[in-house]
Design a protein around this ligand. Structure first.
Ligand code: AMP
Ligand code: GLY
Length: 426
């Protein structure tokens, strides 16, 4: 098969690595890709939102399968556009991608179908939101812009003044753009957060191994929220008991709810879960692989990813035996100094060749490109995701901490405690 992957981040580099390993794949293209993906696929300069140009490329090059796992294009209708042109595509249609694209939609869905989540109210008028905060709110409280905001549209507010300022930022100053036309105000939950990703074909679910993300920029969960500074998989906090509770109360219920709403979900469904003292609750849904969750989950997957994607499209996922290695992975993100606020780009990256030919070490490129002299340089806030495998999480963590020393660029920074909480139990 000839396959076109849409996107150009660390998650896409992980997906690309699995696709080129597939016995089904003869040739992989990536639009637009990055300097790392270019080592294993042919990158084409077409943007993720340029559906017409993608379709033209697919037709001209006889592409058999298109793959997309990114929120913006999926929520805007990439799958619908390709399908309308007669193209086979792995991803979620717009009417189901709304499960990530609108927090008001997903919260209302959970309420309607009795899926455990934080108590909440939806507002489209800032004055009503503020009067609710003044009369009924308990602090801390969580404010969420309804729409997509690069994972940054969530504010945790400790008192009424912060919360009022938050409403103004989201709904009046439109800090997150039109994502703030509506907002959700919800109860603050405490507990560990675990991500469970699953393939879904409209009816059937196949689960991937669990993972945990580290969202804050600094060691010890300090500093600003980021897109994710590191991950590990599996999560030892995701116990068999919790898995059972989630299977009973969350997973199939969500898939059935979407089908009942006339929005059958196909693709990768990401369950962001909080292990509260009252049991697991949904923090959020995403309609795609997490980034950097993909960088620890996909390298552990034994089953051919293209077979799984085809089964999702054809609605026969029940025939697939989705298997993972009985090992562990840790991914440490190397970011540009100053991320997630201001940072410089164009720094030369050295040492990338250290990863060549190694089995259990991966250097996934997130924000890289080639400069005019053909050198690999930084082009984003999160630059690389260094993933290492181990037979245990502890071993994977030690391996990842060793491997980050192999690469370098000026002004890089990373967290030193990715997966450290594991020491409590292992
Ligand atoms: P989201 O974009 O919905 O994943 O939110 C980003 C992050 O904010 C989550 O990963 C949580 O760490 C935090 N968060 C979101 N909702 C809540 C909540 N109701 N209670 C506590 N933390 C939350
Ligand atoms: N790592 C969280 C996300 O992809 O949304």
């Amino acid at each position: 098969m000839k396959i076109l992957l849409i996107g150009g981040g660390g998650r896409e580099h992980a997906i690309a690595t699995a696709i080129v390993k597939s016995r089904r794949c003869d040739k992989l293209y990536c639009a637009p890709g990055n300097a790392g993906i270019a080592r294993i696929a042919e990158c084409v300069p077409i943007g993720i939102m340029e559906f017409d140009r993608q379709i033209e490329f697919v037709k001209k090059n006889d592409i058999d399968l298109v793959v997309c796992s990114q929120d913006d294009p999926l929520c805007t209708g990439l799958v619908d556009a390709h399908e309308a042109a007669g193209i086979r595509v792995f991803g979620t249609r717009k009417n189901a991608a709304i499960i990530e694209g609108s927090k008001a939609f997903s919260k209302n869905l959970m309420k309607k179908y009795g899926i455990p989540t934080a108590a909440y109210e939806v507002f489209s008028d800032p004055d009503e939101a503020i009067s609710y905060l003044e009369t009924r709110a308990k602090f801390p409280i969580v404010l969420k812009a309804d729409g997509l905001a690069l994972g940054k549209g969530v504010l945790i507010c400790n008192d009424i003044e912060e919360a009022k300022a938050g409403v103004v930022q989201i709904m009046e100053d439109k800090k997150f753009g039109s994502a703030g036309n509506e907002m959700v105000i919800e109860e603050f939950m405490t507990g560990r957060e675990v991500s469970v990703l699953a393939f879904v074909d409209g009816r059937n679910i196949k689960f991937m191994s669990s993972a945990q993300d580290h969202k804050r920029a600094g060691d010890g969960d300090t500093g600003l929220n980021t897109g994710g500074m590191g991950t590990f998989s599996p999560s030892p906090f995701y116990t068999d008991k919790i898995d059972r509770q989630c299977r009973e109360q969350i997973y199939q219920k969500t898939v059935d709810a979407m089908a009942a709403e006339g929005r059958p979900f196909k693709g990768v469904l990401y369950f962001g879960l909080m292990m509260t003292k009252d049991g697991p609750k949904v923090v959020e849904y995403n309609t795609r692989f997490g980034d950097p969750e993909a960088q620890v989950v996909i390298p552990r997957m034994k089953t051919d990813i293209v077979d799984v994607m085809e089964a999702v499209i054809d609605g026969n996922l029940d025939k697939i035996d989705l298997e993972f290695e009985n090992n562990a992975a840790v991914c440490i993100v190397l970011a540009s100094g100053g991320y997630p606020v201001h940072y410089e780009k164009g720094k030369v990256i050295t040492g990338l060749e250290s990863f060549d030919g190694r089995e259990d070490y991966y250097c996934f490129h997130a924000g890289t490109k080639f400069d005019d002299e053909g050198r690999t340089v930084t082009s984003g806030g999160r630059v690389l995701g260094v993933t290492a495998i181990g037979s245990t999480l502890k071993e994977a963590r030690a391996n990842a901490n060793k491997a980050v020393e192999w690469v370098h660029f000026d002004n890089e920074y990373m967290r030193h405690d990715i997966g450290k909480a594991l020491d409590e139990i292992r």
